[in-house]
Design a protein around this ligand. Sequence first.
Ligand code: ZN
Ligand code: ZN
Length: 247
Amino acid sequence: MISSLSKKISSYSKLAELIFFPSFCELCSSLLELPQERVICHSCWKSIRTSHPSYCLCCGRFFEALEKPHLCQDCLQKRPPFSHHRSGGKYKGRLKDIIILYKYRHFQVLGKDLARLVDRALGKEEEIWGGVDAIVPVPLHPKRKKERGFNQAQIIAKELARIKGIELMDQLLVKTKNVPPQTSLRIEERVENVSGAFGVAEGEKIKERIVLLVDDVYTTGSTIRECCSVLRNAGAIEVRALTVAQA
Ligand SMILES: [Zn+2]
Ligand SMILES: [Zn+2]
């Protein structure tokens, strides 16, 4: 009774919203008519390809060729400081457009939807979720967070922690140096740029524990590697990483 009443109220309020404040999908301009549609329409979300048949079993890099998942040359030569990294999809097309709307046009509401997309894309993948004690977002420097108004990784991490019932530790990893954005630098400058830029507060919380680091985009992996090294040095027994998309 109460739920049908609240459903009616929400559909009336959606109707009123459509009449007085019609809103359109930021990507395809179609009218947003479903109650849960915000900023992006349902069919744009559905058009995102998230499954990749072939990827590196360690760093999660997607392979173009249709071969079985295996270790890439880089991981064979030197294992990264994380045990596994996986992305929800490729940083291109609609997924890239949505991440840009989220990060740079401040559509903060898209963060939860992006988290749900990653959750659906990865399913129950044991190598990522099995035994995880804490979810930790890649932090922004306080100055940058103030400019953007939010930390994009923190919103995604918080929603994933809620869905999976895992503890969120969003104050644990801190950015101590306000370095230039990685996207503004050449690939060879990125490792140096983030070196020593992160620290851990209350490291005893992750001693002997398995931590999952969350970020929005994986490009060269320099940020993820640096954060994972810092978490390992603070005593985490294993660090895994998850990103919404990889470039
Ligand atoms: Zn659309
Ligand atoms: Zn690899």
